[in-house]
Design a protein around this ligand. Sequence first.
Ligand SMILES: Nc1nc2c(ncn2[C@@H]2O[C@H](COP(=O)(O)OP(=O)(O)O)[C@@H](O)[C@H]2O)c(=O)[nH]1
Ligand SMILES: Nc1ncnc2c1ncn2[C@@H]1O[C@H](COP(=O)(O)OP(=O)(O)O)[C@@H](O)[C@H]1O
Length: 215
Amino acid sequence: MTSEQPRIERRGLLLVLSSPSGAGKTSLARALLDTDPDIRLSVSATTRKPRPGEVDGEDYWFVDEAKFKAMIEADEFLEWATVFGNYYGTPRAPIEAAVSKGRDVLFDIDWQGTQQLAERMAGELVRVFVLPPSGEALEARLKRRAQDPDHVVAKRMAGAAAEISHWAEYDYVIVNGDLGESIAGLKAILAAERHKRERMTGLTAFVRDLQAALT
Ligand SMILES: Nc1nc2c(ncn2[C@@H]2O[C@H](COP(=O)(O)OP(=O)(O)O)[C@@H](O)[C@H]2O)c(=O)[nH]1
Ligand SMILES: Nc1ncnc2c1ncn2[C@@H]1O[C@H](COP(=O)(O)OP(=O)(O)O)[C@@H](O)[C@H]1O
Protein backbone atom coordinates (compact mmCIF):
# COMPACT_ATOMS: atom_id res chain seq x y z
CA MET A 1 0.00 0.00 0.00
CA THR A 2 1.32 3.45 -0.84
CA SER A 3 0.10 6.50 0.96
CA GLU A 4 0.51 10.21 0.29
CA GLN A 5 2.17 12.48 2.80
CA PRO A 6 -0.59 14.88 3.93
CA ARG A 7 0.32 18.55 3.72
CA ILE A 8 -0.15 20.24 7.10
CA GLU A 9 -0.32 24.05 6.94
CA ARG A 10 2.64 25.72 8.62
CA ARG A 11 4.33 29.07 8.85
CA GLY A 12 7.51 29.47 6.83
CA LEU A 13 10.79 29.54 8.70
CA LEU A 14 13.80 31.81 8.24
CA LEU A 15 17.05 29.82 8.18
CA VAL A 16 20.06 32.05 8.78
CA LEU A 17 23.65 31.04 7.98
CA SER A 18 26.41 33.22 9.41
CA SER A 19 30.15 32.66 9.56
CA PRO A 20 33.43 34.45 9.12
CA SER A 21 34.02 35.11 5.45
CA GLY A 22 35.42 31.99 3.74
CA ALA A 23 34.10 29.40 6.24
CA GLY A 24 31.66 28.03 3.65
CA LYS A 25 28.23 29.70 3.94
CA THR A 26 27.83 30.17 0.21
CA SER A 27 28.81 26.54 -0.54
CA LEU A 28 26.35 25.22 2.06
CA ALA A 29 23.60 27.54 0.86
CA ARG A 30 24.05 26.46 -2.77
CA ALA A 31 23.98 22.77 -1.86
CA LEU A 32 20.72 23.23 0.03
CA LEU A 33 19.05 25.39 -2.62
CA ASP A 34 20.03 22.94 -5.39
CA THR A 35 18.44 19.94 -3.66
CA ASP A 36 15.51 21.35 -1.66
CA PRO A 37 12.68 22.88 -3.71
CA ASP A 38 10.91 24.17 -0.59
CA ILE A 39 13.45 26.78 0.42
CA ARG A 40 14.55 29.85 -1.47
CA LEU A 41 17.34 32.36 -1.01
CA SER A 42 16.81 35.87 0.32
CA VAL A 43 18.68 37.98 -2.21
CA SER A 44 20.30 40.89 -0.37
CA ALA A 45 21.04 44.32 -1.75
CA THR A 46 24.66 45.45 -1.46
CA THR A 47 26.93 48.31 -2.43
CA ARG A 48 29.84 45.81 -2.84
CA LYS A 49 31.08 45.42 -6.42
CA PRO A 50 30.12 42.11 -8.10
CA ARG A 51 32.75 39.33 -8.13
CA PRO A 52 33.45 37.61 -11.46
CA GLY A 53 30.50 35.33 -12.22
CA GLU A 54 28.09 36.98 -9.78
CA VAL A 55 24.72 37.81 -11.31
CA ASP A 56 22.57 40.82 -10.39
CA GLY A 57 19.31 39.64 -8.84
CA GLU A 58 20.67 36.12 -8.16
CA ASP A 59 23.69 36.55 -5.86
CA TYR A 60 22.85 40.09 -4.79
CA TRP A 61 21.03 43.15 -6.00
CA PHE A 62 24.04 45.36 -6.77
CA VAL A 63 23.14 48.98 -6.04
CA ASP A 64 25.04 52.22 -5.46
CA GLU A 65 25.20 53.99 -2.11
CA ALA A 66 22.58 56.61 -3.04
CA LYS A 67 20.08 53.91 -3.98
CA PHE A 68 20.83 51.91 -0.81
CA LYS A 69 20.28 54.99 1.37
CA ALA A 70 17.01 55.75 -0.41
CA MET A 71 15.88 52.17 0.34
CA ILE A 72 16.74 52.67 4.04
CA GLU A 73 14.71 55.91 4.08
CA ALA A 74 11.74 54.17 2.44
CA ASP A 75 11.90 51.42 5.14
CA GLU A 76 12.40 48.78 2.45
CA PHE A 77 14.82 46.69 4.55
CA LEU A 78 13.93 44.10 7.16
CA GLU A 79 17.49 44.52 8.41
CA TRP A 80 20.68 46.13 7.13
CA ALA A 81 24.27 46.57 8.24
CA THR A 82 27.69 47.68 7.06
CA VAL A 83 30.22 44.87 6.67
CA PHE A 84 33.83 45.44 5.51
CA GLY A 85 32.93 48.98 4.51
CA ASN A 86 29.98 48.07 2.27
CA TYR A 87 26.26 48.22 2.91
CA TYR A 88 24.24 44.99 2.92
CA GLY A 89 20.50 44.64 3.52
CA THR A 90 17.54 42.26 3.27
CA PRO A 91 14.59 43.57 1.21
CA ARG A 92 11.50 43.26 3.39
CA ALA A 93 8.64 42.54 0.95
CA PRO A 94 9.73 39.11 -0.42
CA ILE A 95 10.37 37.77 3.09
CA GLU A 96 7.02 38.82 4.53
CA ALA A 97 5.24 37.37 1.48
CA ALA A 98 7.13 34.05 1.74
CA VAL A 99 6.49 33.57 5.47
CA SER A 100 2.77 34.25 5.13
CA LYS A 101 2.58 31.62 2.36
CA GLY A 102 4.37 29.01 4.50
CA ARG A 103 7.57 29.11 2.44
CA ASP A 104 11.03 28.80 3.95
CA VAL A 105 13.75 31.36 3.27
CA LEU A 106 17.53 30.97 3.55
CA PHE A 107 19.69 33.94 4.59
CA ASP A 108 23.43 34.46 4.23
CA ILE A 109 23.78 37.43 6.56
CA ASP A 110 26.13 38.52 9.35
CA TRP A 111 25.58 38.64 13.14
CA GLN A 112 24.30 42.23 13.02
CA GLY A 113 21.50 41.31 10.62
CA THR A 114 20.75 38.15 12.60
CA GLN A 115 20.27 40.19 15.78
CA GLN A 116 17.82 42.49 13.95
CA LEU A 117 15.85 39.50 12.63
CA ALA A 118 15.76 38.05 16.16
CA GLU A 119 14.06 41.25 17.35
CA ARG A 120 11.51 41.27 14.52
CA MET A 121 10.80 37.65 13.61
CA ALA A 122 11.93 35.53 16.56
CA GLY A 123 9.25 32.85 16.10
CA GLU A 124 10.31 32.13 12.53
CA LEU A 125 14.06 32.33 13.03
CA VAL A 126 16.50 29.38 12.98
CA ARG A 127 20.12 30.50 13.39
CA VAL A 128 23.07 28.41 12.21
CA PHE A 129 26.69 29.46 12.72
CA VAL A 130 29.38 27.97 10.48
CA LEU A 131 32.94 27.66 11.83
CA PRO A 132 36.05 26.76 9.84
CA PRO A 133 37.92 23.66 11.09
CA SER A 134 41.05 25.80 11.73
CA GLY A 135 42.58 29.21 11.13
CA GLU A 136 44.88 27.82 8.39
CA ALA A 137 41.94 26.25 6.59
CA LEU A 138 40.09 29.56 6.66
CA GLU A 139 43.02 31.46 5.18
CA ALA A 140 43.58 28.78 2.53
CA ARG A 141 39.90 28.93 1.50
CA LEU A 142 39.90 32.71 1.29
CA LYS A 143 43.03 32.60 -0.90
CA ARG A 144 41.78 29.71 -3.03
CA ARG A 145 38.61 31.57 -3.83
CA ALA A 146 41.11 33.91 -5.52
CA GLN A 147 38.48 36.35 -6.60
CA ASP A 148 39.33 39.06 -4.12
CA PRO A 149 42.52 41.13 -4.12
CA ASP A 150 45.11 40.41 -1.35
CA HIS A 151 44.16 43.41 0.75
CA VAL A 152 40.51 42.27 0.74
CA VAL A 153 41.56 38.75 1.88
CA ALA A 154 43.65 40.34 4.67
CA LYS A 155 40.71 42.49 5.79
CA ARG A 156 38.41 39.45 5.88
CA MET A 157 40.95 37.38 7.88
CA ALA A 158 41.29 40.27 10.31
CA GLY A 159 37.50 40.39 10.72
CA ALA A 160 37.14 36.64 11.31
CA ALA A 161 37.79 36.67 15.07
CA ALA A 162 35.21 39.40 15.61
CA GLU A 163 32.55 37.53 13.61
CA ILE A 164 33.36 34.23 15.40
CA SER A 165 32.86 35.94 18.79
CA HIS A 166 29.09 35.88 18.09
CA TRP A 167 28.84 32.08 17.78
CA ALA A 168 26.89 31.67 21.04
CA GLU A 169 24.01 33.82 19.75
CA TYR A 170 23.07 31.00 17.33
CA ASP A 171 20.83 27.94 17.79
CA TYR A 172 23.10 25.49 15.92
CA VAL A 173 26.79 25.31 15.00
CA ILE A 174 28.35 23.49 12.04
CA VAL A 175 32.13 23.03 11.98
CA ASN A 176 32.69 22.87 8.23
CA GLY A 177 35.56 20.43 7.81
CA ASP A 178 34.08 17.93 5.36
CA LEU A 179 31.58 19.72 3.12
CA GLY A 180 29.41 16.62 2.58
CA GLU A 181 29.01 16.07 6.31
CA SER A 182 28.25 19.73 6.86
CA ILE A 183 25.54 19.66 4.18
CA ALA A 184 24.01 16.58 5.82
CA GLY A 185 24.01 18.37 9.18
CA LEU A 186 22.34 21.44 7.71
CA LYS A 187 19.64 19.32 6.07
CA ALA A 188 18.99 17.54 9.36
CA ILE A 189 18.56 20.87 11.15
CA LEU A 190 16.08 22.06 8.55
CA ALA A 191 14.13 18.78 8.62
CA ALA A 192 13.80 18.89 12.40
CA GLU A 193 12.78 22.54 12.46
CA ARG A 194 10.05 21.86 9.89
CA HIS A 195 8.54 19.39 12.37
CA LYS A 196 8.32 21.93 15.21
CA ARG A 197 4.81 21.74 16.64
CA GLU A 198 4.43 25.51 17.16
CA ARG A 199 5.08 26.16 13.49
CA MET A 200 2.45 23.70 12.22
CA THR A 201 -0.58 25.96 12.23
CA GLY A 202 -2.75 23.35 10.53
CA LEU A 203 -2.16 20.71 13.19
CA THR A 204 -5.15 21.52 15.43
CA ALA A 205 -7.59 21.13 12.54
CA PHE A 206 -5.79 18.04 11.27
CA VAL A 207 -5.92 16.29 14.65
CA ARG A 208 -9.57 17.32 15.14
CA ASP A 209 -10.49 15.70 11.81
CA LEU A 210 -8.40 12.65 12.67
CA GLN A 211 -10.14 12.25 16.01
CA ALA A 212 -13.55 12.73 14.41
CA ALA A 213 -12.69 9.95 11.96
CA LEU A 214 -11.78 7.68 14.86
CA THR A 215 -14.91 8.15 16.94
N1 LIG B 1 23.36 42.05 7.77
C1 LIG B 1 23.52 41.58 6.56
N2 LIG B 1 24.69 40.95 6.21
C2 LIG B 1 24.79 40.47 4.95
C3 LIG B 1 23.75 40.60 3.99
N3 LIG B 1 24.18 40.02 2.83
C4 LIG B 1 25.41 39.54 3.08
N4 LIG B 1 25.80 39.81 4.34
C5 LIG B 1 27.06 39.45 5.01
O1 LIG B 1 28.09 40.28 4.53
C6 LIG B 1 29.36 39.60 4.64
C7 LIG B 1 30.15 39.76 3.35
O2 LIG B 1 29.48 39.09 2.30
P1 LIG B 1 30.17 38.90 0.88
O3 LIG B 1 30.72 40.23 0.44
O4 LIG B 1 29.24 38.21 -0.05
O5 LIG B 1 31.42 38.01 1.21
P2 LIG B 1 31.60 36.46 1.60
O6 LIG B 1 30.70 36.16 2.77
O7 LIG B 1 33.04 36.37 1.91
O8 LIG B 1 31.22 35.66 0.37
C8 LIG B 1 29.00 38.14 5.00
O9 LIG B 1 29.22 37.98 6.39
C9 LIG B 1 27.54 38.05 4.66
O10 LIG B 1 26.90 37.08 5.47
C10 LIG B 1 22.55 41.26 4.39
O11 LIG B 1 21.59 41.41 3.64
N5 LIG B 1 22.50 41.71 5.67
N1 LIG C 1 34.27 21.94 3.68
C1 LIG C 1 35.07 22.54 2.78
N2 LIG C 1 36.25 22.01 2.46
C2 LIG C 1 37.08 22.62 1.58
N3 LIG C 1 36.80 23.77 0.92
C3 LIG C 1 35.63 24.37 1.19
C4 LIG C 1 34.70 23.80 2.13
N4 LIG C 1 33.62 24.61 2.20
C5 LIG C 1 33.86 25.64 1.34
N5 LIG C 1 35.07 25.50 0.74
C6 LIG C 1 35.73 26.42 -0.24
O1 LIG C 1 36.17 27.56 0.51
C7 LIG C 1 35.97 28.77 -0.24
C8 LIG C 1 35.07 29.72 0.57
O2 LIG C 1 33.76 29.14 0.65
P1 LIG C 1 32.42 30.01 0.52
O3 LIG C 1 31.30 29.03 0.50
O4 LIG C 1 32.55 30.99 -0.61
O5 LIG C 1 32.47 30.78 1.94
P2 LIG C 1 31.66 32.05 2.50
O6 LIG C 1 30.40 32.18 1.72
O7 LIG C 1 31.43 31.72 3.95
O8 LIG C 1 32.58 33.23 2.34
C9 LIG C 1 35.38 28.35 -1.58
O9 LIG C 1 36.45 28.26 -2.52
C10 LIG C 1 34.78 26.97 -1.29
O10 LIG C 1 34.76 26.17 -2.45
